[in-house]
Design a protein around this ligand. Structure first.
Ligand SMILES: [Zn+2]
Length: 294
């Protein structure tokens, strides 16, 4: 019950029932469409708590139509939205194994299969090759809901393959970074992915990073901060360690905006904050310039 059928206005939980409408007392010819609207799944905006239908959110690239909050996008949705046309998906041959056999709160294979069921992905990084406004490029996106977007061996394999494919086809590489920072193997992957990015630079090809909320840990310490250009989405939290860990280490209270994209822009850590609706145009312009296409 999130959208007024006639006006299309988004309704919040505080909207009175008189404005929401009650199924059953509407004129008969509207009953069918009412039913369809009212049974559609909704997403609650974490910021303003408006209930928005999944379809409306998806059309708006998961930006809240009421308060402009940028909600998290699934990696696959993100790449399908980003490209005009996806030509191929890369790296699907790399699948998770259990090299450390460590036991956390749950054994690793159980956590892995739970993450796979939850997200429908086989790993925390999805890589695709396709066209952005006619420019062929490779792009990868972290799936945060897959064990917090942690950088394990398969993520490393897929990222390295993405860079190698970009080099072989002389195309730019774009990375949509998101990570909670956990990951037993990420130190090893930091070195591998950093070396792959260096090869991109040696080949004279652009590597752009889009920092989406949140980016922490090994991902920040390596591939997310090695781009030619760093773009962040509004209000994204970006850091290596979390606020509490740093406060405990330096024994000082830290101010609230610390680690927000806006604060990092003011301090020169990132280059630009771009609204999601302007992101495709911005990336296109930067890539066209760096590839001498415009
Ligand atoms: Zn909102």
């Amino acid at each position: 019950m999130s959208q007024d059928v006639k006006s299309g206005k988004i309704l919040s939980p505080s909207t009175p029932w008189t404005e929401r409408g009650v199924p059953g007392i509407q004129v008969p010819d509207e009953q069918t469409s009412l039913k369809a609207t009212f049974t559609e799944p909704t997403i609650e905006c974490p910021e303003c708590h408006a209930l928005v239908t999944r379809t409306a959110m998806s059309f708006n690239a998961y930006v809240c139509p009421q308060c402009d909050e940028h909600l998290r996008m699934k990696a696959r949705d993100r790449l399908n939205w980003f490209f005009d046309q996806v030509q191929t998906e890369l790296g699907q041959e790399f699948k998770a194994k259990d090299p450390l056999k460590f036991v956390d709160s749950k054994p690793y294979p159980a956590r892995m299969s739970e993450a796979q069921t939850k997200t429908g992905e086989t790993e925390a990084l999805v890589v695709m090759q396709g066209l952005l406004k006619g420019i062929p490029l490779v792009a990868c996106a972290f799936e945060f809901d897959f064990m917090g977007g942690s950088m394990g061996t398969v993520v490393g394999d897929r990222f390295v393959q993405a860079a190698e494919k970009a080099i072989a086809d002389k195309q730019p590489l774009i990375c949509f970074a998101a990570s909670g920072g956990a990951g037993m193997l990420s130190l090893m992957q930091m070195a591998r992915t950093s070396a792959a990015i260096q090869k991109m630079k040696d080949a004279g090809l652009p590597y752009l990073v889009v920092l989406t909320h949140p980016v922490y840990g090994g991902v920040t310490a390596s591939l997310a901060m090695l781009g030619d250009v760093h773009i962040a989405e509004p209000k994204a939290m970006i850091g290596f360690a979390g606020k509490r860990v740093i406060e405990q280490t330096v024994r000082e209270k830290l101010e609230e905006p610390f680690q927000r994209a806006e604060y990092l822009l003011d301090h020169g850590v990132i280059d630009q904050i771009v609204h999601r609706h302007a992101l495709r145009d911005t990336v296109y312009r930067i890539v066209a310039k760096l590839m001498n296409l415009s």
